[in-house]
Design a protein around this ligand. Structure first.
Ligand SMILES: Nc1ncnc2c1ncn2[C@@H]1O[C@H](COP(=O)(O)OP(=O)(O)OP(=O)(O)O)[C@@H](O)[C@H]1O
Ligand SMILES: [Mg+2]
Length: 328
């Protein structure tokens, strides 16, 4: 098996609700093309960062990969098993091995339940052990994520913890079932800047200790640089560039990637050509024809307006979808 997770041609189209008059006039239904043909692979013990502006389809991609959202089209292999074809029951069996960490630790915790019980809960829900063992393992993992003394933390409620501590609880809860694959969706964006590095370090430790594979969603390339092995850049439902993180950050090819990097002063690199893109990301109901970035691209040529750019590998593992790199 070459990778733990292999997704091919993933699409997610959300139907837009029609008004009564649109239905009466038989106007055809419109779709939000949130994800519009994404293929990616995540190796064993590998962290792939998925970066891109708000609305590019990162969360929807992550939700499909863990089976929370059914793809409109495409295939997802996890440990060689086709996730999109599994029944609810079969999916529930796999669930402990696939977990998600969300952006807002407060919203992901139940305010009325002791944090320790919430950490233990996945073990009980999936019938992996009895209540006493679950409590023991919850105490162990609380300790492991740095929430000590764990016996004291166990008894607290979410509002009695700081934002950073809450996100550690969420991570503990995700890790307690020993998942092979985790989707972390902007896990530090709502956490105080001073605490971010230690949370990212904790995720890296789990990766090292458990050979954990991660899809790490972020709009912040500086964060991607800290945690990821590879990075995929997403624009309006598609991946436009992908490669080893250092390679993409120090040698960006797609004008969109260049613009993203130019906008991150903290990344500490000199971008040779400072590139600013204008305008907002277009509405995913009306995706521009041709290369979907052409409406904002300073290098757009005629063919970019009509033809989608092919995927071109510039080195063994660094690929880009842009006419600037095509010999055609
Ligand atoms: N359930 C839904 N119904 C309709 N449209 C949706 C739904 N979920 C997401 N979308 C739309 O799909 C597009 C992609 O959304 P998504 O949340 O995946 O983007 P994102 O890259 O995660 O953005 P952000 O950085 O803001 O979190 C957006 O235009 C969003 O409004
Ligand atoms: Mg999102």
């Amino acid at each position: 098996m070459e990778a733990l997770v292999v997704a091919k041609g993933l699409k997610k189209y959300f139907p837009v609700r029609r008004t009564i008059s649109e239905v009466v006039l038989m106007k055809s239904r419109l779709y939000v093309r949130a994800v519009d043909g994404v293929s990616l692979e995540i190796g064993f013990g590998e962290t792939l960062a998925l970066v891109g502006e708000s609305g590019s389809g990162k969360t929807t991609t992550g939700r499909m990969l863990i089976g929370l959202e059914k793809p409109t089209e495409g295939s997802i292999l996890f440990e060689g098993i086709e996730l999109t074809k599994l029944s609810k029951k079969a999916l529930r069996k796999i669930r402990p091995r696939i977990q998600m960490i969300f952006q807002d630790p407060y919203a992901s915790l139940d305010p009325r339940v002791k944090v320790g019980d919430q950490v233990a809960q996945p073990l009980i829900v999936h019938g992996l052990c009895n209540a006493d063992e679950a409590r023991e393992r919850a105490l162990e993992i609380l300790e492991r994520v740095g929430l000590t003394p764990s016996t004291e933390i166990y008894e607290r409620y979410p509002h009695q913890l700081s934002g950073g501590q809450r996100q550690r609880v969420v991570i503990a809860r995700a890790m307690i079932t020993r998942p092979r694959f985790v989707v972390a969706d902007e896990p530090v964006s709502m956490i105080d800047v001073s605490l971010r590095a230690s949370i990212l370090e904790l995720l890296k430790e789990f990766k090292r200790e458990r050979n954990l594979s991660t899809l790490f969603i972020t709009h912040d390339l500086a964060v991607a640089k800290l945690v990821a092995d590879r990075v995929a850049v997403m624009y309006l439902g598609k991946i436009v560039e992908e490669g080893a993180v250092e390679e993409v950050i120090y040698n960006p090819l797609h004008p969109y990637t260049k613009a993203l990097i130019s906008s991150v002063p903290t990344i500490g690199i000199r971008v040779l050509e400072k590139l600013k893109i204008v305008g907002e990301i277009p509405n995913p109901i009306n995706i521009p024809p041709g290369c979907r970035f052409h409406t904002r691209c300073p290098f757009a040529m005629d063919k970019c307006k009509s033809y989608e750019a092919p995927w071109i590998y510039v080195s063994e593992r660094h690929g880009v979808s842009c006419w600037l790199y095509s010999a055609e």
